[in-house]
Design a binder for this molecule. Structure first.
Ligand code: NAD
Length: 511
């Protein structure tokens, strides 16, 4: 086992040199990361084919293209995102500088999962680099060809001290987690997510946990059923169902179920021919252990479509199961394979009750043309994210944060949110020593008096409806000028100059 203390120390010393805080350095590393993707496309595709029987189309689109776009986004926006923010400030701070500095945490540990081994390792890593952190990356041992390639490529392209790769499985990760990190970003199962969080707690290390769970589909008969069937099955068959946001099960009426199944049979035949086993477009299950687990789950309910398996290839055909009971094994855990159970319900309210009686899902898919019902479903279900009338595609929207809630995760990333996740927002107030500033603030000093309290209350009290709009600024300006005039007038009255002036005045004799 490698010496993890040394690895983390090397990264920490590198962080302390301050080089990852320089924007030029980060930009250079991100460009190098892009180059890594460009130069090694064939090697990456081949590792994905070895580990997951992933076809070129899915590898290029669902792993590499998004990784490249992600780096491009950072290169385009990093300067602007990394600059100190000047948030709106209240009236009392009108004379001060109010800033939010974007500070990297330090050494971040990124633990990747096997189902999208490059995407789930490099995407968070790119966010950590952009934010100025050093990174220790631990790819999943379950996709070994990909993990090995990642370990070979990273030191060839990136700074060797700041960014390091550690290989290994459970024992290695357990040891690694004993080290102190400044941030931990974990992708994987909820069970292991709890272990990672417990390890992080030892050092009060902040975490992002990108976990899984059962992502339900609500489907009704108002939709174009052929298109709906295509979009649901595409989400289920992508990477042979081994996608964290794959539609896990369908909730629909019996009528919608019949319509869906009749369309689904045709769609699958159009896509994969008579037997999907011979199609180059369907992936395989990652390991024998996962294959056996899925085969056991197939005994829930009754097979309506598919049901074919071949252990020698870890092949499972896209399978739709009906007559499934909520208490069946397939409804007790995330499926993570090409099995699609259907649970029949009466209406949207029953679907909401069903979903809300379980852990909060990572994704929720709503297929309906009924806008009122859609709104009800969106409002009533708490989940990581929602996609209406499609599956998985919400992840491709760069401006949307991606993450779970409750048992499906903590925190989120994607585009700006990746940068934000790995950034500590350091607040900073800069006051000056001007006479006026001191005058305004001196009422906070003892001895405390009623007059001072009243003055400060007047100064600090939040006024309803006043944001930092133009109206607010106008009000504030008038208010400030009023106070300044009052203070100036009082000073003037107390000044010797006023006395000299008044003494010299020729007051009318009123007596
Ligand atoms: P996995 O087996 O690859 O494990 C994930 C990581 O955790 C690996 O690096 C592994 O080495 C490490 N690990 C495993 N057991 C550990 C332990 N006991 N202690 C410390 N580290 C350990 O992946 P998995 O967990 O089988 O992944 C599948 C799950 O991940 C599914 O639930 C899926 O939904 C979820 N997932 C979520 C996302 C997301 O972005 N939210 C993405 C992919 C997968």
């Amino acid at each position: 086992m490698a010496n993890y203390a040394d690895i983390v120390n090397t990264a920490r010393n590198a962080f302390q040199t301050g080089r990852t805080k320089q924007l030029d350095f980060r930009m250079k590393q991100l460009k190098q990361l892009y180059q890594l993707y460009e130069d090694n496309e064939n090697a990456i595709l081949s590792a994905l084919a070895t580990d997951l029987h992933k076809n070129k189309y899915e590898s290029v689109l669902a792993e590499l293209l998004f990784l490249k776009n992600d780096v491009k986004t950072f290169l385009m926006h990093l300067k602007e995102w990394a600059a100190p923010e000047k948030p709106p400030k209240g009236f009392v701070n009108m004379m001060d500088e109010v800033l939010i500095y974007k500070e990297p945490y330090g050494v971040a540990l990124v633990i990747g999962a096997w189902n999208y081994p490059f995407f789930l390792s490099f995407k968070p890593m790119a966010g950590a680099i952009a934010a100025g952190n050093c990174v220790i990356l631990k790819p999943s041992e379950v996709s070994p060809a990909s993990a090995k390639l990642i370990a070979e490529l990273v030191p060839k392209y990136l700074d060797k001290e700041c960014y390091q790769v550690v290989l290994g499985g459970v024992p290695e990760t357990t040891e690694l987690l004993k080290e102190r990190f400044d941030y931990i970003f974990y992708t994987g199962s909820t069970t292991v997510g709890k272990i990672v969080r417990a390890a992080a707690n030892e050092h009060l290390t902040p975490v992002t946990l990108e976990l899984g769970g059962k992502s339900p589909v609500y489907l009704d008969s108002t939709v174009d059923m052929e298109k709906a069937a295509k979009r649901i099955l595409w989400g289920k068959c992508l990477n042979a169902g081994q996608t964290c946001v794959a539609p896990d099960y369908i909730l629909c009426t019996e009528q919608a179920q019949d319509e869906f199944i009749s369309k689904a049979k045709n769609v699958l035949e159009q896509w994969y021919g008579e037997s999907s086993k011979n199609s180059p477009d369907l992936g395989r299950i990652v390991s024998d252990r996962h294959f056996q687990r899925l085969v056991k789950l197939m005994s829930s309910g009754k097979v309506a479509v598919g049901g074919e398996t071949d252990p020698s290839q870890k092949y499972i055909s896209p399978t739709i199961l009906v007559d499934v009971k909520p208490s069946d094994p397939i409804m007790q855990e995330e499926i993570f394979g090409p099995l699609l159970p259907i649970i029949t319900i009466k209406d949207a309210n029953e679907a909401i009750k069903f979903i809300n009686s379980r852990e909060k899902p990572l994704a929720f898919y709503i297929f309906t043309e009924n806008a009122k019902e859609r709104k009800l479903l969106i409002d009533s279900v708490s989940c990581g994210g929602i996609c209406c009338n499609d599956t998985i595609m919400h992840l491709a929207v760069e401006s949307l944060p991606f993450g779970g809630v409750g048992h499906s995760g903590i925190g989120a990333y994607n585009g700006y949110y990746s940068f934000d996740t790995f950034t500590h927002k350091k607040s900073c107030l800069v006051k000056d020593f001007s006479v006026l500033g001191e005058k305004l603030g001196s009422s906070r000093y003892p001895p405390y008096t009623e007059k001072k309290t009243n003055f400060l209350t007047m100064l600090l009290l939040k006024r309803k409806g006043l944001g930092l709009s133009r109206t607010y600024l106008t009000h504030t300006l008038i208010f400030t000028l009023g106070i300044l005039a009052t203070l100036g007038f009082r000073t003037f009255l107390k000044s010797g100059y006023f006395r000299i002036l008044t003494d010299s005045w020729n007051w009318p004799n009123t007596s």
